[in-house]
Design a binder for this molecule. Structure first.
Ligand code: BDP
Length: 732
């Protein structure tokens, strides 16, 4: 029997040169095929790179046909860099979603035209006389509506500025990606917060502080020459959820970032981001005049220091005319600041603000300050900044972490949010999972952000929620906002754990509109990132919603904090720092922040201060944050505190096991690549949850002196075993 048809086998006789040639060609061909398949696997479509901008073909045939009728032509004037970006994104998005290239037109003479623009750059939009509707939408808002133009049905995306049109475009693409109906669209949307920032804790050597997804995105050694395509994709991803500022370097700032050498590099990033409405902010080191400028002081009131910063500021703005401003961590965790020179934070910030003002720049001054002065670190930011209220210039914004301590898995909101009627304020969230399992655990933080934003500060009576404070609806701020430490990196999927993307997504959308629900955002994200299949959505959404409580429970339930190791990954309740915060002893556990203790509860407005002072009225999720509680204290469940605490740790583990089971049921409903990836990561999460929980239960048991409730399985090992594990090498 021959391998080839008769004619071919006559010519290709084994041994002859043609046969050899054929064999070589076949081998090379197979190799190429193999390599192709391999590279396809490596750069698989579903490697997470595209984030929520996947623009997959609409699978529902009926809906696809309908969309194709509704969007037959596009009318826009791409005469500015931003309009060009819009045009590119639409081509890319619509060809993916609808599977056809959409014709461009400037005439509206048939149905099915998508018209985009401002009254200035689009005669069609000008003819609609939308001034009334656009009036309240500001510089960044947009509207999307069905309109009749000369009897033709059209969908209009209009705004007062090109950037507004860009946000409208991304919203429209989101509608298509999430399979929304386009029949009666009436979207009027504008951001609640002026500043919506991604803070990167990136260092000059491309390491990322508390970053778990590879190296820094900014490839300093090839900038300014090489413009890595990731920079543009980063801008697209950010703008698509409304982020309008990027602080490019670590708050523990290296002075080098403001040298001429680095400015050239940063300028390239700023140029790439500009058409996307994104401004660059630079974290500065307060002692730069000394370390870079040969001065022997960085005193903000010293004229030479002021002259040095003035020159520096002018230099930077000559290169980056739209620089957002400076982000400053001063007098905190060893960072230099005005206090070194006997000046306070207002004097320190105002010196820079004065210099940035002519350029429209702002100083974002961090409120994350603490030293050894006070016994209770949780009090410090409030005690430091409340007396300064009213002293900051109007282009200074105080950036306050969501909780008064750090980015613990759960904290009550910082009482500073609601205590500064005369100081522009923004919040700082953390997307990167510093205390929640780094890049290994699945913890959707949308619910946590929502919990903080919905918390009532009572600053101007009931209903003065944190969200409203940040939107400038409680106090009359001229600038306010939200920032998140996101810390994406060079990992192909940007965030290592694919679900860290979901917290990034939720943050951006909430910064735009704090009223959105975390549940809705989870669904939006799933639809765009994984699937529009109802079953898959339901499973994934449930799993995401329980994930944050699970993360809190196996790590720091009932208001415990700082139980972690020095790396902030595992649990180490026996460490000195942990002991300082949990204060476990024979009588009980928890930090007394009532009148009998540090009285941090007094920093909240009434009635919260009274509620937090009262052990019976304090919500149990904050119980050990505010009270040192007897091990026998009766909890709402009917258990003692000890019983409840142990149950919480076990609940955390059980939730992770449930998440594992739910995830397994997704097999076949989502792509195999990410299915297997997350499945493996959940195995790590389960193992960690058991270990972290057991470490705490066994350690706290040495104080409580009580047995682990009968119904719960006993830890596999003893306390010493878990203590020994702490010395394992930590691999981020
Ligand atoms: C802590 C981090 C530390 C940061 C600090 C900050 O562990 O790496 O430098 O916050 O926010 O949570 O400045």
């Amino acid at each position: 029997m021959t391998m080839f048809p008769p004619k071919v086998s006559r010519v290709l006789k084994p041994g002859n040169s043609l046969f050899q040639l054929f064999r070589i060609a076949l081998f090379v061909g197979l190799l190429i095929c193999q390599l192709h398949v391999k590279s396809q696997n490596l750069c698989s479509e579903e490697d997470g790179y595209r984030m929520w901008l996947r623009y997959e073909r609409v699978g529902d045939q009926q809906l696809l046909e309908k969309y194709r009728k509704q969007i037959q032509k596009i009318s826009l004037n791409n005469d500015s860099p931003t309009m060009q970006v819009i045009s590119d994104e639409l081509s890319h998005g619509l060809s993916g979603l609808l599977g056809t290239d959409i014709e461009r037109t400037l005439e509206v003479n048939s149905d099915g035209i998508l018209i985009l623009g401002t009254p200035e750059n689009s005669s069609s939009i000008a003819s609609l006389n939308l001034q009334g509707q656009l009036g309240s939408l500001g510089d960044e808002g947009f509207l999307i509506e069905n309109k009749l133009l000369d009897g033709n049905e059209a969908i209009v995306i209009a705004a007062n500025s090109d950037i507004g049109v860009l946000y409208g475009t991304f919203h429209f693409l989101r509608m298509l990606q999430t399979h929304r109906d386009l029949d009666e669209i009436s979207v009027y949307s504008s951001p609640h917060c002026k500043l919506r920032l991604a803070n990167h804790w990136d260092n000059i050597d491309r390491s990322v502080e508390r970053g778990y997804a590879g190296l820094s995105l900014w490839e300093w050694s090839t900038l300014p020459n090489y413009k890595h395509p990731r920079y543009t994709d980063f801008a697209r991803i950010s703008a698509s959820i409304g982020i309008n500022g990027v602080a490019i370097n670590n708050v523990n700032a290296d002075t080098w970032f403001i040298t001429d050498h680095f400015q050239e590099k940063i300028t390239v990033l700023a140029d790439i981001f500009r058409p996307y409405g994104i401004k660059v902010y630079i974290s500065i080191n307060y002692s730069s005049p000394v370390s870079l400028g040969d001065l022997n002081t960085a005193d903000p009131l010293n004229s030479e220091v002021i002259a040095w910063w003035k020159k520096k500021t002018e230099d930077i703005y000559s290169r980056i005319p739209n620089l957002g401003g400076f982000l400053v961590k001063a007098d905190s965790e060893g960072q230099p600041g005005p206090k070194t020179y006997g000046r306070d934070h207002a004097e320190g910030a105002n010196m820079l603000a004065e210099l940035l003002k002519p350029f429209g720049g702002v100083v974002i001054w961090r409120a994350f300050v603490y030293g050894e002065r006070q016994a209770d670190r949780v009090r410090e930011a409030y005690d430091e900044f409340v007396p300064l209220d009213g002293r900051f210039m109007d282009n200074v914004v105080l950036q306050i972490k969501n909780g008064p301590l750090d980015f613990m898995p759960r904290e009550p909101f910082s009482p500073l949010l609601g205590a500064l009627p005369k100081t522009n304020t923004m919040i700082e969230f953390q997307v990167t999972q510093e205390y929640l399992g780094n890049g290994n655990h699945l913890v959707y933080k949308g619910g946590m952000f929502e919990e903080t934003l919905d918390a009532d500060t009572y600053a101007r009576g009931k209903g003065s929620t944190v969200g409203k404070v940040l939107a400038g609806e409680v106090f009359d701020y001229n600038t306010s906002g939200m920032a998140a430490v996101i810390n994406p990196g060079t990992d192909r999927n940007w965030t290592r754990h694919p679900f860290v993307q979901s917290s990034w997504y939720a943050f951006g959308r909430l910064a735009w509109d704090y009223k959105l629900s975390s549940e809705q955002l989870a669904e939006e994200w799933i639809r765009q990132t994984f699937s529009n299949d109802k079953e898959a959505i339901d499973i994934m959404k449930d799993l995401m919603q329980v994930s944050s409580e699970a993360g809190v429970n196996y790590r720091e339930p009932l208001g415990l904090t700082h139980i972690g190791t020095g790396f902030h990954y595992g649990s180490a309740p026996w460490s000195n720092r942990s002991k300082r915060f949990h204060q476990a002893d024979k009588e009980g556990i928890g930090y007394d922040r009532t009148k009998s203790g540090s009285n941090a509860a007094e920093q909240y407005h009434s009635p919260l201060s009274e509620v937090f002072n009262d052990i019976d009225r304090t919500p149990e999720m904050y119980l050990l944050w505010f009270h040192h509680v007897d091990w026998n204290h009766q909890m709402k469940s009917g258990r003692t505190l000890w019983g409840e605490l142990v149950h919480k740790y076990y609940e955390g583990v059980e939730s992770v096991r449930q998440m594992q089971a739910d995830w397994k049921s997704l097999e076949g409903l989502i792509d195999q690549h990410r299915f297997l990836h997350v499945k493996s990561l959940l195995e790590i999460q389960e193992k960690d949850a058991v270990r972290w929980g057991n470490s705490c239960v066994l350690y706290f048991q040495t104080f409580a002196g009580k047995p682990i409730p009968q119904e719960l399985e006993k830890p596999e090992h003893d306390l010493d075993y878990y203590k020994d594990l702490e010395s394992e090498i930590y691999v981020p």
